[in-house]
Design a protein around this ligand. Structure first.
Ligand code: HGY
Ligand code: MN
Ligand code: MN
Length: 412
């Protein structure tokens, strides 16, 4: 582990400052992709990067890249760190932002120390990682690695009816560079675990060797609105009841597969959404995840079959639309080993771990050798304003990232 250390006070201060931007009228931290709130966060990160003397580039999907290169290493494939600074609704301050700001801190430390680096260093902030306003999630990094055409992505329509391309123009982040303009030699993403494992086992660093597959779909159910008081139960075509049965099935499906599957219905909406009207329409989203592709496929088929039987039994019509679908990802063993070596040198307790959450790293793994570093999340809470990681854990993670980036930039 290098004796250098990232400036901990600055990292903690910046996380707080970035975390104070985009608080909505209800006091909830919400910086959805390509909103004015997202612009506030982007502008602050770009300002810090430029103040640090980095060159900042924006590509056509709005991904931001802050680059540190010297005369000696200019033009060689860089070592890239990064994550995202867009958030979910009513978010915590650490998800994504920690990896971006720690990456910036690592570069500032190496610049200040004047360490010779055989490769340039880059820290990236990818567009729309969360996928709440526009789907799919991890969109910026997916486009970056060629997994989605940039024109198609710019045509994505948000939940509030806006085109991503127009929104990026509006907030001033419709860059000119083609996504993928830079192929890193390696990519390392530092992130909070967002789950309970590390903290519950007293482990300081998670060395992420793989990441589970994700299946997102939106299900629209059409029944018939009718009077809640006069319509006999047997004559109803109740879209709300069908939605409830689907929700219950998703829960049973995931529970039946035990630890190898999680299932969530995160959003549901009834129309006309009135206390005394049988819902004519219900729209819900289903998020299924598993580290095993065959599990995910079986679950998707089981859900599709169940939807058919529910629609026949209740006399409603059901349509489902795939919003995002990624297979499980195995990260690069060489990078995983390097992370473990740095952790050992630093005297930290670590364990290999699977990521339950999706990350930009799962897309970057298609482009270059990639792995992730986790730090504990207090009580495993995330996507929640109570998301928290103690300062010493934040600094430990940032210093492991420093060690790995230095190691890779010197030799890889
Ligand atoms: O959904 C996820 O796992 C990530 O937070 N976008
Ligand atoms: Mn994240
Ligand atoms: Mn997230």
């Amino acid at each position: 582990m290098t004796r250098m250390t990232v400036d901990s006070e600055r990292l903690v201060r910046r996380l707080k400052e970035l975390g104070s931007l985009g608080v909505d009228q209800d006091g909830r931290l919400t910086r959805l992709a390509a909103t004015d709130a997202d612009k506030l966060g982007r502008d602050l990160f770009v300002r810090w990067a430029k103040e640090a003397g980095l060159k900042v580039f924006i590509d056509r999907i709005g991904n931001i890249f802050a680059i540190y290169e010297t005369r000696e290493n200019a033009g060689t494939a860089p070592i890239m760190m990064g994550s995202h600074i867009d958030t979910v609704i009513n978010a915590g301050k650490f998800d994504g932002c920690y990896g971006v700001l720690a990456g910036l801190g690592v570069i500032e430390t190496l610049m200040a120390e004047g360490i010779y680096l055989a490769r340039p260093l880059v820290v990236a902030a990818f567009t729309n990682e969360e996928g709440v306003r526009f789907t799919p999630d991890m969109m910026g990094s997916l486009v970056y690695v060629g997994g989605m055409d940039v024109e198609e992505a710019l045509q994505a329509v948000s939940i509030d009816g806006k085109l991503l391309g127009h929104e990026l123009e509006r907030i001033g982040y419709a860059g000119k560079l083609d996504p993928g303009f830079l192929t890193p030699e390696a990519y390392v993403e530092l992130h909070i675990e967002q789950g309970p494992i590390l903290e519950s086992l007293g482990i300081q660093i998670g060395v992420v060797e793989n990441l589970q597959g994700i299946s997102w779909q939106r299900i629209a159910i059409d029944g018939v609105a009718n009077h809640a008081g006069t319509t006999p139960m047997g004559l109803r075509r109740d879209a709300g009841h069908a939605a409830a049965k689907i929700m219950e099935f998703v829960h049973e499906l995931a529970t039946e597969y035990n630890t190898e599957m999680v299932g969530t219905v995160g959003s549901i909406h009834f129309e006309p959404n009135a206390i005394n009207v049988i819902p004519s329409r219900a729209t819900l989203t289903v998020d299924l995840r598993s580290p095993k592709e065959e599990r995910l496929l079986t679950a998707e088929t089981a859900l599709a079959d169940e939807i058919i039987s529910i629609s026949n039994a209740l006399g409603v019509s059901v349509r489902s639309e795939t919003l995002a679908r990624t297979q499980p990802v195995q990260f690069c063993n060489d990078i995983v080993d390097r992370i473990e070596r740095v952790v050992e040198l630093g005297g930290f307790k670590s364990m290999r771990i699977t990521s339950g959450a999706g990350h930009d790293a799962q897309m970057m793994a298609r482009l270059c050798p990639t792995a992730m570093i986790f730090v504990p999340s207090a009580q495993g809470i995330s996507h929640n304003p109570d998301e928290y990681t103690p300062d010493f854990d934040l600094i430990n993670g940032a210093n492991v990232l420093l060690g790995v980036a230095t190691d890779l930039a010197r030799t890889h």
